[in-house]
Ligand binder design. Structure first.
Ligand code: NAD
Length: 352
């Protein structure tokens, strides 16, 4: 067992590093905080140069989950599971099952202080496998008793955020008069593009997967290369692919007025929030914008709320974002700073 910390305000409650007894693969389960309730956070199965990089990722992602849950008003804290695959290692079905059982055993040992769900590299079916070892796995497929793929709910949350962002930045929540560049047309980005098209917005879209172009054509979106989409002259950039796209190199090339999208960890470093601010680009923190899926899944599965109650909570992302953007404007700070400060305050005072 390894106890570690990133800095004084984000000392984790509990971090487990274990070599899976069945798979031999390194598994990290990081519980950042249970101050607001059971810690939650997905199970990431990804390649890392070294398992220590997987540990670092788990620490960072679980701390971000604490902020995400607090800002989403959830009675939950942040956690994360990382299964760190060595570079180039592929898993056959038996080994995948073995490592998911190994992860399930670690989670079972936490006695319900942490529950996991899908993340990069895992999906609802993998939660069924983990659930063979622990009940603390959510987002299993609907036919297996879970709430299933959460990407549509994430997209609904992104739309709520886009309404709030446009109201704050352009003085109107009307999307039909605005232009958007949607970068990444996967499970979430595809939904977002369709909803924006229905709202009558002007659209540019890109994906590294050329097969997604059909989706763009159907939505009436202009197809662009990922680079041209990133730097498109639009009102709002919607990052819906991978994180880390906003850097000291890319920010000066942007021509959008505002940014809000589901991609996790959009900033390469926290300082990039200041750079965006200096360039007059309003950035909606991804931990607020991307919370629709987790809000819906936890409301339905962990807190036994109705579908309607869960959906209302997802739409609440608009109010949360509006509040953070106004607080930041009044204080002359970045939305990132305002969001982090709000989350810390809520966690310290033990109320979501
Ligand atoms: P996905 O894998 O279904 O879609 C990602 C898409 O991005 C794919 O179509 C891929 O081809 C494309 N892509 C990859 N690299 C690209 C690049 N450089 N330029 C353009 N396109 C690129 O993933 P998703 O579930 O839609 O999630 C999208 C983002 O939102 C991820 O960052 C994810 O972590 C985050 N997120 C997703 C959810 C959810 O409910 N699925 C919830 C919260 C956050």
């Amino acid at each position: 067992m390894v106890a570690t910390h990133l800095d004084t305000e984000s000392i984790h409650e509990h971090v487990i590093l274990r070599r899976g007894v069945r798979s031999g693969l390194p598994i990290v389960v990081a519980v950042h905080s249970t101050a607001l309730g059971q810690a939650i956070g997905g199970c990431r199965l990804a390649h890392y140069p070294h398992w220590r990089d997987g540990l670092t990722d788990a620490l960072r992602l679980s701390a971000a989950m604490s902020d995400k849950c607090a800002l989403a008003g959830l009675p939950n804290g942040g956690g994360k599971t990382v299964i760190a695959l060595p570079p180039g290692r592929t898993l056959d079905a038996a080994t995948r099952r073995a490592v998911l059982h190994d992860a399930g055993d670690v989670i079972a040992g936490l006695d319900g202080t942490y529950a996991t769900g899908p993340d990069v590299g895992t999906g609802p079916d993998d939660m069924v496998t983990i659930a063979e070892r622990t009940p603390h796995a959510f987002c299993r497929p609907v036919q297996a008793g879970g709430s299933g793929d959460s990407s549509e709910h994430t997209a609904v949350g992104v739309l709520a955020a886009l309404h709030a962002l446009c109201a704050e930045r352009f003085g109107s929540a009307d999307l039909s008069t605005r232009s958007f560049a949607v970068l990444g047309l996967g499970r979430v980005g595809g939904h977002v593009l369709r909803i924006l098209a229905d709202a009558g917005a002007t659209l540019v879209a890109a994906d590294t997967d050329e097969s997604r172009r059909t989706l763009a054509d159907t939505a009436g979106a202009a197809w662009a290369s990922p680079q041209d989409c990133l730097t498109a002259d639009v009102d709002v950039l919607v990052p819906a692919a991978l994180g880390g796209l906003l850097t000291s190199h890319t920010v000066p090339t942007l021509r959008c007025a505002a940014i809000a999208g589901p991609a996790n960890n959009q900033l390469d470093t926290p300082a990039t929030a200041d750079l965006l601010h200096q360039h007059g680009i309003l950035w909606a923190p991804d931990i607020i914008v991307s919370a629709g899926g987790i809000i819906h899944a936890t409301a339905v599965e962990l807190h036994r709320e109705t579908f309607a109650q869960a959906t209302a909570r997802v739409h609440g992302i608009a109010d949360t974002l509006t509040d953070i953007l106004r607080t930041a404007r009044a204080a002359g700070s970045t939305p990132a700073a305002a969001a982090h400060s709000r989350a810390r305050h809520q966690i310290e005072h033990g109320r979501p």
